[in-house]
Design a protein around this ligand. Structure first.
Ligand SMILES: N[C@@H](CCC(=O)N[C@@H](CS)C(=O)NCC(=O)O)C(=O)O
Length: 207
C-alpha cells in the first residue's frame, strides 16, 4: 500500500501511526493537497491523506483507518465490546468536528502569516470551549487514554490536540497544555510510543 500525503499533516500522521502500530508494510509518497485533475482522480476532494491499495484509492482518515482495521493485520485498535467501539468512534468524530475543524479556522493565523481578526478568534475560542467540554464529558470515565490499551481514540487525540494546542498558544494566547484537564499527561504518555517518535523524526528529516 502507498500512503500519499506529507509529514506535517496531522491527518496523514494518524493513518501513518496506525500502519506503524499494526506493523503493516507501506510506502510513503509525498503529495500536497491539490485541485489538479491527476490528484483529484486519486483523492476526489483534493485532500491529504489518500491511501493507494491494490483495489483502488481511499480517502478520509477515519474511513482509511477502518479499512486498515478490517484487513485484520496486527493488533486491533478497537475494543471488543460494541458499545465501547462506538464510544471510540464517537471520540474520533468529536475530535474532528468539534476541535479540529474550529481550530483549523485559525491555522492561517497561527502557522501561515494570515492574521485573523479578534471577532473570528473569539468565535473559534467559543466553539473550542464547547467542543472541549463535550469531549471531556465523553472521555471522563473512559478506558481510553491509558497505558494499557492503545485505541484509535488515542491516535486521533494525539494528532488533533497537539496541533490544536500549538494554534491555541500562538493565536489565542491560550496555554492549553496547562489549562485543558489531562491534556499534558495524555500527550506525554502517547509521545513515548515508538510510532510517534518515528513520525516526529520523519517530520524533522522532512521525509
Ligand atoms: N476529512 C479529511 C480531512 C483531511 C484534510 O483536511 N487534510 C488537509 C491536510 S492536513 C488537506 O488536505 N487540506 C487541503 C484542503 O482542505 O483542501 C480526512 O479525514 O482525511
Amino acid at each position: 500500500m502507498k500512503l500519499h500525503g506529507f509529514p506535517i499533516s496531522n491527518y496523514y500522521n494518524m493513518v501513518k501511526m496506525v500502519l506503524l502500530e499494526k506493523g503493516m508494510d507501506f510506502e510513503e509518497v509525498l503529495a500536497s493537497p491539490s485541485q489538479e485533475s491527476g490528484y483529484l482522480a486519486m483523492s476526489p476532494m483534493g485532500k491529504v491523506p489518500c491511501l493507494e491499495t491494490e483495489h483502488g484509492y481511499l480517502t478520509e482518515t477515519a474511513v482509511i483507518i477502518e479499512y486498515l482495521e478490517d484487513l485484520g493485520e496486527g493488533p486491533s485498535l478497537f475494543p471488543g465490546d460494541p458499545f465501547q467501539r462506538a464510544r471510540v468512534r464517537e471520540i474520533m468524530h468529536y475530535l474532528e468536528i468539534y476541535i479540529e475543524l474550529p481550530a483549523r479556522e485559525l491555522y492561517g493565523d497561527a502557522f501561515f502569516s494570515r492574521p485573523a481578526n479578534d471577532e473570528l478568534k473569539a468565535q473559534v475560542r467559543k466553539k473550542l470551549d464547547r467542543g472541549l467540554q463535550a469531549l471531556a464529558q465523553i472521555t471522563h470515565d473512559s478506558t481510553y487514554f491509558n497505558a494499557q490499551q492503545l485505541s484509535y481514540a488515542d491516535i486521533f487525540y494525539y494528532f488533533t490536540m497537539t496541533v490544536f494546542a500549538r494554534m491555541a498558544k500562538k493565536s489565542l494566547a491560550w496555554d492549553a497544555y496547562n489549562e485543558v484537564p489531562k491534556l499534558r499527561e495524555r500527550i506525554e504518555r502517547l509521545a513515548q510510543r515508538a510510532s510517534v517518535q518515528k513520525i516526529h523524526a520523519d517530520q524533522k528529516a522532512g521525509s
